[in-house]
Design a protein around this ligand. Structure first.
Ligand code: PMP
Length: 408
């Protein structure tokens, strides 16, 4: 694999719009990343959660790009995966607030380890297992295309956010106390690439703040220029308390972290969260190089510009197609929700979605699906993808959509 292309064992070439599930933000096997990986491995690779120069520099970088008031006022704890980062953030929030309950959202995906799994809503991952942690409650995600209250934004008066606000701050909504934290994806990923209205997030964050409930911003999928900002929460103008990061941070090398405001992190016991492989020096060197490349090539801006270009093409397709129900996204995190009928919004059948993805692959484009009904095609290519490659992806996608329309 190179940049935004992948070649298979038979020599077939593909444009990659799944990017290792929103991981390869600077492209596959960037030569400078490979070099940084090798050089650091040659120096020292494993330091058992002790400081190393690259690790310290990475922490400084992360604190330097953290959003809002977290910038310059944060600390970093490393983790092994996105799931593990979520686990760590839950632990920090519970210790800090001395409370135990957590509020997550319908459609959420936060990972596969005990705590993270308990916050994940797709039954495909949970079925057959007992609840893995107690005290988890779910609130309606602001999913305007399928509003949980049957309303239309902006006339809805933010009913879903107000409901969530009441849920976290008032008695009688099923919680034993105020929760330790609300955990939210700033753009919902596995749930279908759903972009919530800014005002909804602002309301939830405001009620959380007023009630000393922490706001955990899960940026594992949406972070690191994916949506056109370092962190997707920046679109919403909200400063979180804890951020979980993974995927694009390490890219070709697994790295994950929790970035937390000092107000919280400084209250945690010392030497309390040892992670043997945490902050591995090779991972730190690679992450530093990723951040350097994101800056050098202005990948946040590139994501915003190319994402806007792609969205315009897809919006035109939405207008003329009978099965493209909704096109939404930020930067190069774009979802296209397919329906059998635009007026009823009946989700496209799973077998048709699989047919579509396979057909795209046969035409040289690697894509993935998502969504509560598995009816969303998601586009999350390496951010180094070119305009010409996007044109090709669009040509393939619109052709295959046309073929699918004929089957409906
Ligand atoms: N949070 C979000 C928002 C994710 O999208 C994912 C992975 N899809 C995770 C957490 C879990 O990350 P990992 O697979 O690295 O454990």
């Amino acid at each position: 694999a190179r940049g935004a292309t992948v070649e298979d064992l038979d020599g077939n070439k593909y444009i990659d719009v799944m990017g290792g599930v929103a991981v390869n933000n600077v492209g596959h096997s960037h030569p400078e990343v490979v070099k940084a990986m090798y050089e650091q491995a040659n120096e020292v690779a494993h330091t058992a959660d002790f400081p190393s120069p690259v690790r310290v520099r990475l922490i400084e970088e992360l604190v330097g790009i953290a959003p809002g008031d977290m910038r310059g006022h944060s600390r970093v704890a490393f983790a092994m995966s996105g799931s593990d980062a979520v686990e760590t953030a839950l632990k920090f929030a519970k210790y800090f607030t001395k409370r135990t309950e957590i509020v997550a959202f319908h459609g959420a995906y936060h990972g596969v380890t005990a705590g993270a799994l308990a916050l994940t809503t797709n039954q495909a991952y949970r079925r057959g297992l007992p609840p893995s942690i107690p005290g988890v409650h779910f609130a309606p995600y602001p999913y305007c295309y399928r509003c949980p209250f049957g309303k239309k934004f902006p006339d809805c008066d933010l009913e879903c956010a107000r409901y969530t606000g009441d849920m976290i701050s008032k008695s009688g909504m099923g919680l034993a106390d105020r929760p330790a934290a609300v955990i939210m994806e700033p753009v919902q990923g596995e749930g279908g690439y759903i972009v919530p209205p800014k005002e909804a997030i602002e309301w939830i964050a405001k009620v959380a703040r007023e009630n000393n409930i922490l706001f955990i911003d899960d940026e594992v999928q949406a972070g690191f220029c994916r949506t056109g900002r370092w962190f997707a929460i920046e679109h919403h103008g909200v400063t979180p308390d804890l951020i979980t990061a993974g995927k694009g941070l390490g890219g070709d090398f697994p790295v994950a972290a929790v970035i937390g405001h000092r107000r919280i992190m400084d209250e945690l016991p010392k030497m309390w969260n040892p992670v043997t492989f945490g902050g591995n020096a090779v991972g730190a060197a690679v992450s530093l190089k990723n951040i350097e490349l994101m800056r050098r090539y202005d990948l946040c801006r590139r994501s915003e510009v190319l994402g806007g270009y792609f969205m315009d093409l897809l919006k035109e397709l939405e207008e003329r197609s009978k099965i493209v129900g909704d096109v939404r996204g930020k930067g190069l995190m774009i979802g296209v929700e397919l329906v059998k009928d635009k007026s009823t919004k009946a989700p496209m059948d799973m077998d048709k979605m699989i047919w579509l993805i396979n057909r795209m692959r046969d035409n040289g484009v690697l894509a993935l699906i998502a969504g509560r009904f598995e009816n969303v095609v998601r586009f999350m290519p390496p951010l180094v993808i070119t305009r010409e490659q996007i044109d090709k992806v669009f040509a393939v996608f619109s052709k295959v959509i046309g073929e699918l329309e004929e089957q409906i």
